[in-house]
Design a protein around this ligand. Sequence first.
Ligand code: ADP
Ligand code: MG
Length: 288
Amino acid sequence: ISVPLSFFGSIGGASKRGILVKGGNYLEALANAETVVFDKTGTLTKGSFEVTRIHTNSMNEDELLDLAAHAESYSDHPIAKSVCAKFGKEVDHGRITSDEEISGHGIRAVIDGREVFAGNKKLMEQQSVSVPECGCRGTMVHVAADGGYAGHIVISDVVKETSAEAIKSLKENGVKQTVMLTGDAKSTAEEVANTLGLDKVYAELLPADKVDKVEELLKEKQEGSSLVFVGDGINDAPVLTRADVGIAMGSLGSDAAIEAADIVLMDDDPAKISLAMKIARKTVRIVR
Ligand code: ADP
Ligand code: MG
């Protein structure tokens, strides 16, 4: 057993700063990171958005929001929480007879006996519900009821204050490329990527597509260097597992994420990622 003592010191030091490292090998891999891949929603963006617009087609605004909030009421997704916050009232669970999350797409629910879908364009396409063109900026939650398009809720996706600085710091500490993966629409994704100065962005990905993308990036990296994935654990536990170092933003409290991750950040501050990197690099330097 040749784990140098300084690793224990570093792991202890990191934990005092809200960074839980599950083993010294992850510090070493982090110090040798070549590619850092981020999930967007809840990781680089706040994940608690504000509803900025509601457009309706076949019903009034209150009815649309009521159906959407009831459909979203069982979901932990940041989008779901935003819709429920906008609704602002108690949800009547007695009205919901069925509710399922369709990963990377949205929700299917039965409310007052009506079949309701709330989610992205892909979900609407899957249900053969046509979505009218809209020049809206932001993350769209389309709502369909009884097989027809009901309207959409536009949510503004706010970048976290420390995201840009964290990305800059990673590059200064030897990371060659930063990548963002998201299930969100291309336009929204590109806006965030440009704001943050990320090297690459891949949008409209399903959870399985994210795994494929990470596999691809793993093949591209140099031997001896590593790929780090940072996510909030919602829909991305498989990618956390696949990366050389999976970092979970832990405060959302998803058990699956905490289990899948190699490093858990106790709060959702991206600055903790660059701090972890600095601790890792210092530790490895001491050891060598
Ligand atoms: P991200 O990659 O941005 O973290 P996810 O993989 O969690 O996002 O979800 C991808 C997309 O699927 C979201 O941008 C959204 O359009 C849609 N989606 C997922 N869950 C929900 C939900 N509960 N309500 C509405 N839309 C959802
Ligand atoms: Mg996510």
